[in-house]
Ligand binder design. Structure first.
Ligand code: PMV
Length: 339
């Protein structure tokens, strides 16, 4: 076979509800994490490939139809790093095109969706070349993990995805595991849940996730954090299985606060939250107390606030966001469900 073939895929971003913070070995997490997809934010990837053992590797790379030195360097390094688990990179010449449906540098991390879409393509190349895979989803998830840890949780269509070994014998450190809900569990939890993203600032972060992960090695609360994340995972898993939105929300918010507390207590310490991030948290908690609606916040490694709430409560909650919270942010990426 020396003709050119093409594969293409799309993958959603995801938001962690139990946070992965700190890694060990080859992109293994210090603690288990759990996430849901963000259906309004996805990356697309297309790879045209042909056998070329004399000149293997990335022949061209386009991000949003333009050359991009930073991304191209990262992808080339990634493909070199995975050569032992994906030896086809030593035989194939690849023309890669990627894009996001959300603006780059809008304050939404795109590495999860980007590596997930790329990894899906890499797996599809194997399938199209007749390589037998035991489980294509696990294979894509494992390959995505090696690019960006959280990306391994984007290879799913289930409601939630869990990464890392838990103390209750679910999950693997190698790839994400689906958490599928029954219709009764969906109903009780208020599924579909939306994630509306409030962009407080789209400026580049002063400390990257990689630097944050590295600071966990010598963090004074490292062991306590591992214990806390495992316990939060157990309680959140039970809340999801029992359809208990209040406990769900309590853990989700505790995890967001804990992630940022870890940043503020590392050496060197840093703080990614901004005054408007705190103002939004305050308003969300007051609104919930006054209305009894299931509106909760979570926060990634940045100042932006993700609001998680049931679609069936969206009419009322969206009005609150529009009136009370939109003046505190640059942009809003409104939550959507899959269909
Ligand atoms: O996948 P990374 O290396 O970008 O790290 C992600 C870390 C958090 O977004 C803060 C938490 C998580 O579990 O996604």
């Amino acid at each position: 076979m020396n003709s050119i073939q093409t594969v293409s895929n799309k993958a959603f971003s995801n938001i962690a509800l139990v946070k992965y913070w700190g890694k060990t070995g080859r992109q293994y997490p210090l603690n288990p994490s759990l996430s849901m997809l963000i259906p309004q934010c996805y990356s697309s990837c297309e790879i045209s490939f042909e056998f070329d053992e004399k000149n293997p590797g990335v022949k061209s790379f386009l991000f949003e139809n333009m050359e991009n030195e930073v991304f191209s360097t990262r992808i080339k390094k990634y493909l070199r790093d995975i050569e032992d688990v994906y030896p086809l990179t030593k035989k194939l010449s690849l023309a890669i095109k990627t894009s996001n449906n959300f603006p780059h540098s809008a304050g939404i991390a795109s590495s999860a969706s980007a590596f997930a879409a790329l990894a899906k393509c890499l797996t599809d190349i194997e399938i199209s070349l007749g390589i037998e895979l035991e489980d294509a989803q696990k294979r894509s998830s494992m390959l995505a993990r090696l690019g960006s840890g959280s990306a391994c949780r984007s290879l799913t269509s289930a409601e939630f995805n869990l990464w890392g070994k838990t103390l209750f014998e679910i999950g693997s450190n190698d790839y994400g595991t689906d958490l599928k809900l029954t219709p009764t569990q969906q109903e009780k939890l208020g599924w579909p849940l939306l994630d509306t993203i409030l962009i407080v600032s789209s400026a580049t972060k002063k400390v990257s996730s990689s630097q944050g992960h590295a600071l966990m090695h010598t963090h004074p609360y490292r062991e306590a954090r591992i214990e806390q994340a495992n316990e939060n995972m157990r309680v959140l898993y039970q809340a999801i299985m029992n359809g208990d939105p209040e406990t769900f929300g309590e853990i989700v918010e505790n995890e967001a606060m804990s992630l940022h507390a870890l940043m503020m207590s590392s050496y060197p310490a840093f703080c990614l939250l901004l005054p408007n991030s705190l103002a939004i948290i305050e308003k969300v908690q007051t609104y919930r107390r006054m209305t009894g609606l299931n509106l909760y916040f979570t926060i990634d490694a940045g100042p932006n606030i993700h609001l998680i709430y049931p679609e069936k409560q969206a009419a009322q909650i969206n009005l609150f966001i529009q009136q009370e919270l939109s003046p505190l942010c640059e942009t809003i990426f409104w939550g959507q469900s899959y269909d």
